[in-house]
Design a protein around this ligand. Sequence first.
Ligand SMILES: Cc1ncc(COP(=O)(O)O)c(C=O)c1O
Length: 422
Amino acid sequence: MIDINNLDTRFESYFETLENENLFDKTLRLDKTLSGGILTGVEALGLTTENKTSPISYLTDKNGEKRKVIMLGSNSYLNLSSNKKVIKSAKAALKKFGLATGAVSNYAGITQLHIELEHKIAKLYNTEDAIVYPSGYGANMGIISALCSKNDVIICDSANHASIMDGARLSGAEIKIYPHKNMKYLEKILSEIPDNKKGRLIITDGVFSMDGDMAPLDKIYELSKKYGCAIMTDDAHGIGITGKTGKGTAEYFNLSGKIDLNAGMLSKTPGGLGGYCAAKREIIQFLRLYSRTYFFSTSLPPAIVAGLNTSLELILKDEAGRSELVEKVSYFKDLLTASGFDIGNSQSAIIPLMVYDEEKLFKMHKFLLNSGIYTNIVTYPAVRRKECRLRLCVMKDLRYSDIEKAVKIITKAGIKFGLTDG
Ligand SMILES: Cc1ncc(COP(=O)(O)O)c(C=O)c1O
């Protein structure tokens, strides 16, 4: 009989092998907790999807139970992953090149399609060249650990994505963290770096993945000039959406072509897979040789690359439906705010619905799922526990009637769990 009061539900309790434990004992400890019949927030992880990424999805849980849901958890904001033109291009490449390249990029693992994709990315950022990595996570790891080493300083926003933090750690550089978007603190850090440390890199998400807000890139740029720092942005959630024509956070701040390292992901708005860096020619050349996640990892399958070329074509021409998405996001946010929810300061298609209490979060998530709404559950280690939230993502093809329906159900849940009076 398991004593549920004695189970340790903290995620961090299972990181380490304890004294006198063997390697796998912690997996048994975790298993005991997860099968203890208490809500831990992971119940709804591992659902399978039965259809193309779409605002209405059919999900199956681990017990085989099927649900039709309004999908508010996808990062395919412009529905490009299921766009007809994108799929047509991918199909043609699949027929011509087969399933995958079977080689790393540097060893004949690329096609003309890969080169075309890099050219399009360079154009998007108004830079000389770009490199495409087979994974977004691997892109950040590879870029940062190739360019930075023990004599350098990396300065990170506290809300940067895990892949940035992990890349920084792997690099061996000194790491300094400033509280989220706190420019005074950033300046304090910069002013204290010894003069002889010239390898300085500020890294920030363009649009932050958990809060949906934008980095104050204009101020970061000013500080970088004042203190002789390079800047790297990860615009995974900005590209295709943010800025006058959807070219991302740098465009929004009129800094197109002025950011040293423009990283981003091909897995979100572009609807495919992979990550990239756009920068000056010699920097990209360096990354092709020194990024281990590029050099030692098989290139993206040509079908994905062909689909991405079509996605980027649409994004470059601003014909991917950005303004329709922006209108729907704004409608959704207005309704949630009118219902009394705290939705932070999002400036993107990501809406954080702040809950601030893990127990309520788990219960609310379960209630919503059972009521036909899929949201992402976000707590430690993605954010601090006391800042836990549901993360709602809006897709362009979401119908206004479904937004209204979703808000009604979310409001019912909010009242039930004491987040709002409705
Ligand atoms: C800001 C940010 N950077 C990097 C990544 C990693 O991208 P991918 O999922 O394509 O590996 C993500 C996705 O989770 C992200 O949100």
